[in-house]
Write a protein that binds this ligand. Structure first.
Ligand SMILES: [Zn+2]
Length: 267
């Protein structure tokens, strides 16, 4: 016997999908994409089916994640690292062609948000890192506010090895401590992902420590010579929480469902 949905149920069912373009407009507005100069193209990168009710979210639009989205019968894939970057060749060849072809063959929408998803006050990767580590933000610095400043408790002071162990515990992985100053740590600056190039902003802001995802060779020397603690906790590891938080926001806003899929990268 089939039951007839009540008007309330019918309204709830009707809310459980959102039009592809409405979702794009909402994400663009919510993340304020027009305010950013970015190497990434932010927004709907590949158009698929008209309606979206289930979204797979992940860090990077790689082939394994796309295959998972296909297996989960997702209507959309929402990522931090999309497929189209300024300066890259636009030619659809090799692995790039395979990724786009798989999305098109299964009519899956691809939405990608880079810097706007790093700095958003609620779902941004930086905000999420602050929450994960229990840091109280006090402000931002750097271009587009990419570096967040904060403290580990009001009067907390820690040493660099204690802080590195604390970060490792909260991310569930090994982290790398690149400098060992005696300077006690009260003010902490952080920027998820490949934030090494923003170390100078943290130094200029007077931070005692800088936590980021990934750095380059020269940043080790810059940190040692500037007497600042430098911790790299992984590019991938520090950028998992933002897309997951954004998926949670879409559940609240549209009543659609999402699933976070972690295709791990050790970097
Ligand atoms: Zn990144």
């Amino acid at each position: 016997m089939q039951s007839i949905p009540s008007p309330t149920d019918a309204a709830a069912l009707a809310r459980r999908s959102v039009a592809r373009d409405e979702l794009a407009r909402h994400l663009d507005d919510f993340l304020n994409v027009r305010a950013f100069k970015d190497a990434a193209f932010n927004g709907l990168q590949v158009a698929g089916r008209d309606m979206v009710s289930h979204v797979v979210v992940g860090v990077t639009a790689n082939k394994a994640l796309i295959e998972q989205a296909i297996a989960m019968k997702a209507d959309a894939l929402l990522v931090h690292h999309g497929l189209f970057w300024k300066g890259d060749s636009p030619a659809l060849v090799g692995y790039h062609r395979e990724r786009v072809a798989a999305l098109l063959a299964h009519d899956i929408n691809l939405y990608a948000y880079h810097l706007p998803l790093d700095v958003h006050a609620e779902v941004g990767n930086n905000a999420c890192l602050g929450r994960r580590l229990g840091l109280s933000p006090t402000g931002t610095c750097g271009e587009a506010g990419l570096v967040t400043l904060g403290r580990l408790g009001v009067n907390a002071t820690v040493g660099c090895t204690v802080l590195a162990a604390y970060v490792a515990r909260h991310f569930g992985r090994r982290v790398t401590l690149f400098s060992h100053p005696d300077r006690p740590i009260r003010t902490i600056a952080w920027c998820t992902g490949a934030g090494g190039s923003l170390l100078g902003e943290a130094i200029a802001a007077g931070a005692d420590a800088f936590i980021t995802g990934e750095i380059s060779e020269q940043h080790v020397h810059q940190a040692r010579e500037s007497n600042i603690t430098l911790i790299a906790a992984g590019h991938h590891a520090t950028e998992r929480d933002g897309v997951a938080a954004l998926g949670g926001h879409l559940v609240q806003r549209f009543g659609i469902t999402y699933q976070f899929i972690d295709v791990n990268s050790p970097v």
